[in-house]
Design a protein around this ligand. Structure first.
Ligand code: ADP
Ligand code: MG
Length: 640
């Protein structure tokens, strides 16, 4: 018997669940569903974000609703419009094999008369934001006097957002004998107060430790000077070519400004905040879900509850004022059992907050260094090589091959590879070669006792590059173990292990270098020879001694005369580079989008790489690999 069947769900829901692809109920579902199906009870359920609360109330709700009765039987209150639409959509999915159930979303910023009309047609379930719901009640457009179920979803956040009065008023418009189900990630006093005031003898369900962060999220912080915040963000993006992230800022203004800068610098980014029109917000969310946007820069309110799968990183560009909010932010990643990383860019004066957060989430942060330019170049280069390898050839290209072969005739394979990679790369390297190391200086770092990990004290260590990575099913822990075992080294001898897709970095003390090079270079992993090299970068965390660091803010590799603020690598000829909240509506770069060929993995689609493009190239395909001027060759040609 299917696990969901055991919970008591009926045929039509089981069918819908099959379509959703859920195999096993999550913990909160396992606990809540049988209880809610069995009897009419009030319930308080506490579970972190991403634990499947929507289905925990949605499945039993759908089963309990009388589809033959057109009257409104249930009201779901949720904090934001986005969430409201998301829940509505989910409930529609759950009930798709149950004839006659209508779910209507009610939220601000859209026509109230249309929403009222939809309700009049017979909506057994209304999903609403408190403000608009109150408005509808005041205007007599909705009747919730006879509902059987009221669900408060993300109750903590609704109260956070100041909806207390609205909620109280709405609830007093509902009958006493209804069941109230309250779902929340946390239980601040205000939520407890609502529960006490409006619920009778609720069953309590708690999943996981209260307030603790999700186990699937790892937490990292990067210590920088305040003026380097943006540069740090850029480098983190460059060091994670496949990043798919939400970047949190504290204010709408910062949100807008950071998004604009990222776009100007050639990244696929967009802002999401309350000052955008609904249409703009919808456009942004659509592009984000469609992976045309890699970095969604958002305020806490706007991003709350957004359920987009496979977000790789949450970036705290600035820490939130309320530490509690950190949980909500980091809960955007590591969802549905996937792993995610929550990154904090932090200045020295904010370091104390890290410790406070650690206490709340009951997890330790790992302190990391902003990758150096050389490290980023290595990452990008290898990413490019892997991408070339993985690209499926579209045979449309065959017609052009004779002409191309003509041009390239006489070049050896080796030369061709070098040139091809340089096309993409020269400018990238030129940019980072010029730029100082921005990772925090040793003296400014958080004091660490001797018992703390070696990673934070890598003076004099040797950094290596090795051609195995997450593709070979390593993460940093398993790779560290593998290296220690293979090299017969002690517990702390391998450190600062940083695993990328097709390759990784790690450090040892110099005394082990000979052994590392000898042993590892003669090892095979599943038939493939391991290649290890000493990396040119120092593993981060140490000051750049080249004396070029005094110049303050680093400027991007723009050509003369491009004017304006100078941040990061930027394409030439991208003119204006203003904020575009919807790339689909406003293609840049001479009229076409930079989406790569359709066979590329979807999440990569449209990544505006930070590589600049050349003038005069607009008659060619919109690829990110365009040619740049002369620069030194990539530092790490692969030896085979
Ligand atoms: P919460 O409201 O607790 O933050 P959601 O209800 O938004 O979480 O669910 C988070 C994600 O997990 C969604 O993408 C949802 O489709 C998925 N999900 C929920 N339940 C299951 C399940 N039993 N199996 C697999 N995925 C699930
Ligand atoms: Mg939810």
């Amino acid at each position: 018997m299917n696990k969901f069947e055991q919970l008591g769900l009926n045929e039509s829901l089981l069918k819908a669940i099959l379509d959703l692809g859920f195999e096993n109920p999550s913990e909160v579902q396992e606990k809540a569903i049988p209880l809610l199906l069995e009897k009419d009870t009030d319930m308080v359920a506490l579970a972190q974000t991403g634990t499947g609360k929507t289905a925990a109330f949605g499945f039993p709700l759908i089963q309990k609703i009388d589809a033959d009765n057109r009257n409104t039987q249930a009201l779901v209150l949720s904090p934001t419009r986005e969430l409201c639409l998301q829940i509505t959509n989910e409930l529609k999915n759950y009930s798709k094999y149950e004839k006659g159930i209508n779910v209507v979303a009610v939220y601000g910023g859209a026509s109230i008369t249309e929403q009222a009309r939809d309700i009049k047609r017979g909506a057994q379930i209304i999903v609403a934001t408190p403000g608009r719901m109150q408005d509808m009640i005041n205007r007599g457009l909705v009747n919730i006097k006879n509902i059987d179920y009221c669900i408060l979803d993300e109750a903590d956040e609704m109260l956070n957002m100041g909806f207390y009065e609205d909620i109280v008023s709405i609830l007093s418009d509902t009958p006493d004998q209804k069941s109230t189900w309250l779902f929340s990630a946390t239980m601040p006093q205000e939520v407890a107060r609502i529960a006490k005031q409006f619920m009778s003898d609720p069953v309590e369900i708690t999943v996981g430790a209260k307030n603790s962060g999700s186990a699937t999220v790892s937490h990292e912080f990067y210590l920088v000077n305040a003026r380097d915040r943006y540069e740090a963000l850029k480098r983190l993006a460059d060091a994670n070519p496949d990043i798919f992230s939400v970047v949190f800022c504290r204010t709408k203004r910062d949100t807008q400004a950071v998004a604009e800068k990222l776009i100007e610098d050639g990244y696929s980014a967009a802002a999401l905040h309350g000052d955008l029109s609904q249409a703009q917000r919808d456009g942004v969310m659509k592009s984000f879900r469609g992976r045309q946007i890699q970095m969604l820069v958002a305020t806490d309110v706007a991003a709350r509850g957004i359920d987009v799968d496979n977000i790789t990183h949450v970036v705290n560009y600035q820490l939130p004022d309320e530490i509690e909010t950190y949980n909500h932010r980091s809960g955007r990643t590591g969802r549905a059992g996937k792993l995610g990383t929550s990154i904090v860019i932090v200045t020295k004066s904010e370091l104390r907050k890290i410790s406070s957060i650690e206490r709340i989430i009951k997890q330790k942060f790992e302190e990391k260094s902003i990758p150096s330019g050389i490290e980023i170049c290595e990452i990008q280069l290898l990413h490019l090589a892997n991408k070339i390898k993985d690209t499926e050839v579209d045979h449309e290209i065959d017609n052009y091959l004779p002409a191309i072969n003509n041009v390239l005739e006489g070049l050896s394979k080796e030369e061709l590879i070098k040139k091809m990679v340089s096309v993409e790369f020269n400018r990238f390297i030129a940019y980072y070669k010029k730029n100082r190391d921005i990772s925090s200086q040793a003296g400014e770092r958080r004091e660490r006792s001797d018992s703390e990990p070696r990673e934070f004290n890598n003076n004099g260590a040797v950094r290596y590059f090795v051609n195995i990575g997450s593709r070979d099913n390593f993460d940093w822990m398993t790779l560290k173990d593998y290296l220690k075992e293979t090299l017969d080294l002690g517990r702390d001898d391998v450190f600062k292990v940083d695993v990328k897709e097709g390759f990784s970095f790690f450090n040892t003390d110099p005394e082990h270098t000979e052994k590392v090079m000898e042993v590892l270079n003669n090892v095979q992993l599943e038939g493939r020879r391991i290649n290890v090299e000493i990396s040119k970068n120092d593993g981060g965390g140490r000051r750049d001694h080249n004396g070029r660091s005094g110049g303050g803010r680093s400027s991007g590799p723009r050509r003369e005369g491009s004017g304006g603020g100078s941040f990061g690598p930027r394409r030439e000829g991208s003119g204006g580079g203003g904020f575009r909240s919807d790339r689909n509506a406003a293609p840049r770069e001479g009229g076409f989008r930079s989406d790569r060929n359709s066979s590329a993995p979807k999440r990569e689609g449209g990544f505006r790489s930070s590589t600049p493009r050349t003038e005069g190239s607009s008659d060619r395909a919109p690829r990110r690999s365009e040619s740049f001027g002369d620069s030194p060759r990539p530092r790490r040609p692969r030896r085979d």
